[in-house]
Write a protein that binds this ligand. Sequence first.
Ligand SMILES: Cc1ncc(COP(=O)(O)O)c(C=O)c1O
Length: 466
Amino acid sequence: MVKDIKNFDKDDYITPIFASRAIIEPIAKNKLNEKSIPEDIVYNLIKEELDLDANPSQNLASFVTTWVEEKAQKLVSDSIKYNLADEVEYPHIIEIQKRCLNILANLFNAPKNVCIAGTNTIGSSEAVMLAGLALKWKWKNRTKDSSNPNIIIGSNTHVVWKKFIRYFDVEPKIIDIDSNSFVVSKDKVIENVDSNTIGVCLTLGTTFTGEFEPVEEISNALDDLYKNNGLDVPIHVDAASGGFIAPFLYPDIKWDFRLQRVVSINVSGHKYGLAYPGIGWVLWRNKDYLPEELIFPLDYLGGQIETFTLNFSRASYGVVSQYYNFLRLGNEGYKRIFDNLKSVTGFIYGEIDNLYIPDKNTKEQIKIFEIQSKLDALPVVVWSANKSLNFNVYELSQKLREFGWVVPAYELPPNANNITVLRVVVKENFNIDLAEHFINDLKTAVNNLQSRESFTLNKNKTHPVC
Ligand SMILES: Cc1ncc(COP(=O)(O)O)c(C=O)c1O
């Protein structure tokens, strides 16, 4: 039958999509097809393949937005044709970008009446590269011997910092986290500072457990060091996820430009800024902290512009969707959404913390999981499994995939007693109903694994997804 269809030498306008030649015959995937393919058919071919991936609503691994309002989606597709590099041609998008930066500067308590510097980036990764480079150039310009710059980071920092130090040749001074709190301690930071330290990077909401590093405490300790030793070391805050959460849920925590020592901050618009993937931000407390060496003037696009991003051309839809959220949500909207995330997090935390199972031998009730995250941090739940269970976290992660849930299993950084954990990131569309479904599936998965006769250890190491 299929053979007969194949023998038609061409399709006509009534040919059903799934009986068209381009679909019943395999298409060339790694080289160009000889002939063009009608748009509907190409759309269906690609859509069907994309649908094979995980359902974004069940992707509890990533911090990155998986849902936005329809009107925001429309603006995204409306603005997809504008290249942000074409500043002269598209001055209104550049104006929108400036407004977003001002809104963020305000949110991060930048000093009033001071001209802050900043830019949108593709995500926090590009923002981190720029902030790190600025620290390096500022240090280079103020030191006589600029041969061995180093940066202080915790072993809990995101991989992007390890990329920065390798790409830009900075010696890492990696500080082990505190085994009780999974963040760096002020004493260890101070011990490691020397005259070649370009800066200290602290994370507001670590990838591993979602905790906030004690920025104010470390800033005060660095102030004391300056008074005693004259070493003046700036702080950069990697607020990829926490930069939006802290101002709304924990406004009293001082981590931002309220602290003199904080010279720059990065934040991911596509995480709790609630915009779709492709937007991040970096801000410096004022223009003095963005070294001239990073800024390039150019005039070949029809006017004078200055560029200081790693990429030249870039999509503008990220800026547009960020601005949509700023207007649409305002303070009230962000606060309401984050309050809701907090209560869903609390629900999941409570359920996981209260799961018990009879011990195989003694039949006594044993606690299945141990929570490793805190409730006054990012809306994430991180937990480890009791060692006497019939399964480990990697197997539980795999089992949950059978229900469609993507929950990464990974090891906490060194000095955390080799704890392996699972992590759920609570995002805007992970509502309480979905959370109930998740908990029910988690219980079924635990029962299925625990009642197996035997098991093979399949330690499929995964890392937390950003
Ligand atoms: C603390 C931290 N920094 C940097 C990044 C990288 O951010 P992006 O994915 O926006 O490039 C992440 C990603 O999760 C992160 O959690």
